[in-house]
Design a protein around this ligand. Structure first.
Ligand code: SAH
Ligand code: SF4
Length: 367
């Protein structure tokens, strides 16, 4: 049986059928996949993990994604918006602790006040760190003008998960209306890439109605889109969301977890020089879930540096880890755990994906 998997792993390019077979591997077979992914990681991006200090600065959101605990329709959430001073303090914390980069993430808002506030925060974050902190933003779908404004203010990486690259499945997990339009989301990704951002996307794994074929298509979508970064994690149900009604269709959490590790490993082999994040949701299932992802191809980790008082209100899913832990504690325990997975930490480095530079070179040839 393992011969069949070894044969696939030797191929230059995986077909959809190959990917499905890799996703269906048993306990013994998947060790081959994981070992190969770690080899590829070592050769192309090195056994090094980079930090992105994650600042979840507000849970106010104008959208109603069916899976998410902070959707506008959930009236049982205490809404918060951290002050600019606190956000900048968190940026300073990341800089002083040699994190290299931060991620700004929040619910989605497109109003003018929000757009200008982010622009100012980006400029100030650069100023207080001698221009050195790397900034990734994850603030949802915006107009091309807004993306440009934020790029010019200092952001250089953007994360916008496609959530599912299959349109039909996309509309099973989102309302079908102008605010949640699949083609608009795709266009946003193209805009980001065109503007010059290192562009990241991703999906949730183990969604109700999702098949192995959907997941194989997601990986092929990342490849066709030529993304620089991917962040994908297990879907974790939240009681106060519409998707919770379909919980009986779900795989057990441990299986969603293993499936996520397989997705990461296959992607590392398919896209050797990109950045792949070990999603926080992995840690909600297994305390050392992110470290396990690092062993099978991931190279980015996003320690939560949001001020502790607000953490419990940013629950996209239930059982979120570290909500009562200070940033300091997280940093220390994390370093030790990453060491055990065999990686060094890229302290003080931006840790851009080599793929971005390689892609730019090929783009130039294509002009
Ligand atoms: N509002 C922004 C950023 C915050 S949400 C946006 O939507 O892009 C960040 C990510 O959290 C989403 O892309 C989604 O993939 C993930 N997420 C939301 N609810 C989740 C859940 N129940 N389980 C796992 N991941 C979830
Ligand atoms: Fe809002 Fe993002 Fe949650 Fe959708 S996933 S409801 S846009 S925070």
């Amino acid at each position: 049986m393992s011969d069949r998997i070894s044969r696939i792993l030797k191929k230059e390019k995986f077909s959809k059928a190959d990917i499905v077979k890799l996703l269906q591997t048993n306990k013994e077979e998947r060790q081959l996949l994981f070992a190969k992914a770690n080899e590829v990681k070592k050769e192309y991006v090195g056994l090094k993990t980079y930090y992105r200090g994650l600042i979840e600065f507000s849970n106010i959101c104008a959208k109603d994604c069916y899976y998410c605990g902070i959707r506008a329709g959930n009236k049982n959430v205490r809404r918060y918006d951290i002050s600019d001073e606190q956000i900048l303090q968190a940026v300073k914390f990341a800089y002083d602790n040699n994190y290299g980069s931060v991620v700004f993430q929040s619910g989605e808002r497109m109003d003018k006040q929000f757009i200008e506030r982010i622009e100012q925060l980006l400029i100030k974050s650069k100023n207080i760190t001698n221009g050195k902190i790397g900034i990734t933003i994850s603030l949802g779908e915006q107009s091309s003008e807004t993306y440009k404004k934020w790029y010019n203010a200092g952001a250089h990486r953007y994360l916008l998960r496609i959530e599912s690259s299959n349109k039909e499945l996309y509309y099973k997990i989102h309302p079908q209306n102008a605010k949640h339009d699949f083609d608009t989301r795709l266009k946003a990704l193209y805009d980001l890439q065109k503007i010059g951002y290192q562009t990241g996307t991703g999906v949730m794994i183990g969604l109700p109605f999702q098949t192995f074929e959907h997941l194989a298509d997601d990986l092929l979508f990342f490849k066709a889109f030529d993304v620089d970064m991917v962040g994908m994690g297990p879907y974790i149900e939240h009681t106060e969301t519409p998707l919770y009604h379909h919980r009986l269709l779900l795989l057990p959490l441990e299986e969603r977890f293993i499936l996520t590790l397989k997705m990461i490993a296959i992607l590392r082999i398919m896209m050797k020089d990109i950045n792949i994040a070990a999603a926080t949701a992995l840690q909600a299932i297994d305390p050392i879930g992110r470290e396990k992802a690092i062993k099978v191809g991931a190279n980015i980790i996003m320690p939560n540096i949001t001020p502790t008082i607000n953490r419990e209100d940013y629950q996209l899913y239930e059982n979120k880890p570290c909500i009562d832990e200070g940033a300091d504690e997280c940093t220390n325990c994390l370093e030790a755990r990453i060491g055990i997975s065999g990686d060094d930490i890229g302290y003080g480095e931006w840790g851009d994906a080599p793929h971005f530079k390689n892609r730019k070179k090929t783009d130039l040839y294509n002009i």
